[in-house]
Ligand binder design. Structure first.
Ligand code: SF4
Length: 338
């Protein structure tokens, strides 16, 4: 379902554009849709036909993203398993400091070798309404001031819906544009569309390797784009928006944690308006990939940082619960299949 469909269902019961705007804003802020911005009661501004339809409308909105289970972690984050109206499930993650990570697809076609979501392939796209519904749901638990599109799915493969959601979140949803983070493996369409948007989000690019061949092997169905070209496109967007590019690098022991890669990062990112986010892989038992030792991670950070690349270690949120993105959903599916 798209946001337009929600507006249509409000209009179908007699809501005028001003009512639609208020009801949409109230929903996005996690409030009752009968309450306006100035906390007026429904009787003060909604026509009778709309008031009568409110319980049904509220139920339909609730069905877009329902909480199936919540899994709090020691780091202050919580993974939410979210059920969509057709019974499909995605994950959202409540992040520390009022952030929320949302999903944009059920499954994903890119098939990154280190990602559980990629193993299922693409099952379906999320409509823009289902994307913002994750924010409305999360706001019932805590404030949401930042939304990152780093959950299940490749946002560039569902571009119209994701950009529609970003537009709404950056206006009626009350989220600052730099606090909306579009994350992609680097689809050229992103660099054409984002600069034209009214709401221009910050950008995160999944780099993972500076070696084009290794990168292609790790991200098998990502667009074939040279890491150097990707960084140049990112740099142009960063200069245009004033928001640094956040490069994502899942650190895999013995694969992309060696000295050649570190020198490759310096070659590509030194002097760029960028932050390097190192995400040590969260290995499970019998995993094909392993997390580098703590000592090696510290060495890498020092090496890059001291040579002029702003580098941060980001642990995958809530990794003490169920590892990376897609693992909760995979476990729920297995349970259902039993
Ligand atoms: Fe898709 Fe992201 Fe997983 Fe890669 S890491 S398969 S792009 S969800």
């Amino acid at each position: 379902m798209r946001i337009h469909d929600i507006h249509q269902s409000f209009a179908a019961v007699g809501a005028k554009p001003r009512h639609i705007g208020r009801m949409t804003r109230a929903w996005l802020l996690g409030r009752d849709i009968s309450i306006g911005r100035r906390q007026q009661q429904a009787e003060d501004f909604l026509p009778l036909s709309v008031r009568e339809a409110l319980p049904q409308l509220a139920m339909e909105l609730d069905k877009l993203a329902r909480l199936r289970s919540e899994h709090p972690a020691a780091d202050g984050s919580a993974r939410l398993l979210v059920e969509l109206a057709d019974g499909q499930m995605v994950e959202s993650v409540l992040l520390p400091r009022d952030g929320l990570c949302v999903s944009s697809q059920v499954g994903c076609a890119v098939g990154c070798l280190f990602c559980m979501t990629g193993k299922s392939g693409l099952l379906r796209q999320l409509g823009s309404a289902e994307i913002v519904a994750q924010v409305a749901l999360a706001r019932r638990f805590r404030p949401v001031k930042k939304v990152v599109f780093m959950g299940m799915g490749e946002p560039a493969h569902n571009l119209d819906n994701v950009l529609e959601a970003i537009d709404l979140l950056g206006t009626d949803g009350g989220i600052g544009h730099k606090n909306l983070v579009f994350s992609t493996v680097g689809d050229p369409r992103v660099f054409e569309r984002l600069p034209q948007q009214q709401v221009k989000p910050a950008l995160a690019l999944s780099l993972h390797s500076t070696d084009a061949e290794l990168r292609q092997a790790l991200l098998p169905r990502a667009p074939r784009i040279d890491p150097e070209e990707l960084v140049e496109l990112g740099e142009a967007y960063a200069r245009q928006t004033g928001f640094p590019i956040q490069y994502q690098w899942t650190l895999l022991k013995g694969i992309n944690d060696h000295q050649d890669e570190m020198d490759g990062i310096l070659r590509l990112l030194k002097g760029k308006y960028a932050v390097m986010n190192l995400i040590p892989y969260n290995s499970l038992e019998d995993d094909a990939y392993q997390r580098p030792d703590g000592e090696r991670i510290v060495q890498i950070v020092r090496y890059l940082h001291s040579r002029g690349v702003l580098t941060k270690v980001r642990n995958s949120a809530g990794q003490d619960i169920d590892g990376g993105c897609g693992q909760l959903r995979a476990r729920a599916e297995q349970t259902l299949a039993r």
